[in-house]
Design a protein around this ligand. Sequence first.
Ligand SMILES: [Zn+2]
Length: 51
Amino acid sequence: MQVRCQICGKVTEVAVWTKEYQRLKDSPDHPYICRACQQKIQAEAKKDQKL
Ligand SMILES: [Zn+2]
């Protein structure tokens, strides 16, 4: 299954046995965000907490 990252637009292949696939299947309306962007968001969130 191919999904497109809502932030960078990168298309990623998600294997059916992964947790990400299960999450997408359970909530199809939930926007997909690739791992790189997730890490970026988490880093930004940590930065905001410190300020
Ligand atoms: Zn991305």
